[in-house]
Every structure is written in structure tokens, then in C-alpha cells.
Design a protein around this ligand. Structure first.
Ligand code: OOG
Ligand code: MG
Length: 262
């Protein structure tokens, strides 16, 4: 760790205020270029602690930057992990107030729900599939607190990996019966297909993203508990949205899920 606990608390307070007040900021590594990975996750943990102490529940986890499309779009090279708070969850067919967000983008994802704990090191696709209750299509709405979505990995980790809203819906799928690598997804904005991909875009197999998360948490002595919802990361580039937009994700064999922006 390069930052003291006071600085970590101050940065967490700052980034969370930007989230709650829908205003952007410069990336924090501009001011703290020496901060390390532990500092970045400590800031994210402090944001999580602030929410929990205010009565919010943590309803899931997410992996991000798990596809080459996303890594290329954001100019970074390693997956990152964050948490999902209760108020991030939007009902299927529901609407999102764009005024509560800075510059939202949507991305198509496969969400996993576990039925057994997953603990690294050594977690792999097989262990993840064995521990998966079901998979379900998800649209993640990301909203980096950094100006123009310009960040480096440590800054984005501190900012809870741009987490902001998500919706899951459509049909539940049996992860071991489906071939998640060839599972096709189509993201539509206002009825027009705007992004396409297949599960393999995420680290060769979306379950790899969950295994990687279990291994990262394992290194910290933590596990993914049974019953956890986890977003495995955008399959395609994220697509910007504006008030009035309707977004639908169609996933092969798993129906569709929609949200609107007002
Ligand atoms: C970081 C979050 C990325 C994903 O699925 O790749 C993410 C960002 O691009 O702002 O959620
Ligand atoms: Mg995502």
C-alpha cells in the first residue's frame, strides 16, 4: 500500500459523491500516480463499506474488461472486479433516469448465479460450471465517474469499475447444458442491432471470468458465496445511450431483456 488510510477514505468519499451526485472528475492517479493495486481495491472496499453502513445491500459482483473488445475500447489489458449494490438493480422492462447518471453506456453480458461457494486459487471453468445454479442474460449500464471515460486500471478499480445499474432477465439457462462459448448475443438500441458477439469473446469462455474472480478473491482469503449473482463482463464494446433510448439484449436460447432510458 502506498496511500494512508486517511487518503483512501478521502478518495472513496470523493468518488462516491461523484456517483451519487452524477458529476464527473479527473482520474485519481493524476494526483496519486504511485498508488498501487491494493490501494485501488481498498478505495473500492471503502465505497462498499460506506454504502453498507448507510443500509444498502450488496447484491452481486462483477468482472469487467474481460473481452478484447472492451480492453481495446478502454485501452487497458487486465480484467477488473467490482460489486453491485441493491439500487443498481433495475427491473426487467424498467426505466432508468438518465439524469441520475453522468454518461451511461450499455453492454451485453452473461450473468451467473452460484449454488455452491467458489474459492481460489486453482478455480477453473469446470469448477465454475459445477457451482453454477443458472446463467441469465444481463444488460450492464456502466457510468465511469471519470471525465470522458478516460482512466487507467487503478483509477477504474477504485471507482468500482464504473458500476452503476444492471438488469437481468429473459430465461434462466443451465450452464452445463449450454455451450456458453458459441452463445450468440445481439444488443439492440431502438430496434436497431448495434453490437453482436458470442460468449467466447469473454476470455474464451464467460465462466473463465468467474474463475478469475474466485482466484483474485482467494488470494485475499475471500470466496464467492453460494447464491451470488456475478456479471461476467461485456461481450462487445459498450454503447452510449441517451434519454428516450430503448435497449434490448437478445441472447441465443435465453430470450431477451430490455430497459428504457428516460
Ligand atoms: C469499466 C467497466 C467494464 C465490462 O463489462 O467490461 C465493464 C469501463 O469500461 O468503464 O463493466
Ligand atoms: Mg460490464
Amino acid at each position: 500500500m502506498k496511500l494512508d488510510s486517511q487518503t483512501i477514505a478521502k478518495l472513496a468519499q470523493h468518488l462516491e459523491a461523484c456517483e451519487l451526485e452524477a458529476r464527473d472528475t479527473t482520474k485519481i492517479t493524476d494526483e496519486y500516480p504511485d498508488m498501487d493495486w491494493d490501494d485501488a481495491y481498498a478505495i473500492q472496499d471503502e465505497i462498499r463499506r460506506r454504502k453498507v453502513s448507510r443500509g444498502n445491500r450488496i447484491v452481486g459482483l462483477k468482472a469487467g474488461l474481460t473481452s478484447h473488445a472492451k480492453m481495446k475500447q478502454m485501452g487497458v489489458e487486465t480484467p477488473v472486479f467490482g460489486f453491485l449494490a441493491d439500487y443498481f438493480s433495475v427491473p426487467e422492462g424498467g426505466s432508468i433516469k438518465t439524469s441520475e447518471l453522468i454518461h451511461p453506456k450499455v453492454e451485453p453480458e452473461i450473468a451467473f448465479v452460484t449454488k455452491a461457494p467458489l474459492r481460489g486459487p486453482g478455480c477453473h471453468v469446470g469448477s465454475v460450471l459445477a457451482a453454477t445454479d443458472f446463467v441469465i442474460p444481463a444488460i450492464e449500464v456502466i457510468d465511469s465517474r471519470y471525465r470522458d471515460f478516460k482512466f487507467d486500471l487503478k483509477s477504474v478499480v477504485a471507482d468500482n469499475c464504473s458500476s452503476s445499474r444492471f438488469v437481468v432477465g429473459g430465461a434462466m439457462g443451465d450452464a452445463s447444458a449450454l455451450d456458453l462459448r458459441t452463445l450468440g448475443v445481439v444488443l439492440e438500441k431502438n430496434g436497431v442491432p448495434v453490437a453482436f458477439g458470442a460468449g467466447a469473446a469473454v476470455l474464451g469462455h464467460p465462466a473463465s471470468a468467474i474463475a478469475m474472480l474466485a482466484n483474485v478473491l482467494g488470494a485475499r482469503g475471500e470466496e464467492i458465496p453460494a447464491g451470488t449473482l456475478i456479471l461476467s463482463g461485456g461481450i462487445t464494446e459498450a454503447v452510449a445511450v441517451a434519454p428516450g433510448d430503448a435497449v434490448t439484449l437478445k441472447a441465443q436460447g435465453l430470450g431477451s431483456v430490455s430497459i428504457r432510458f428516460e
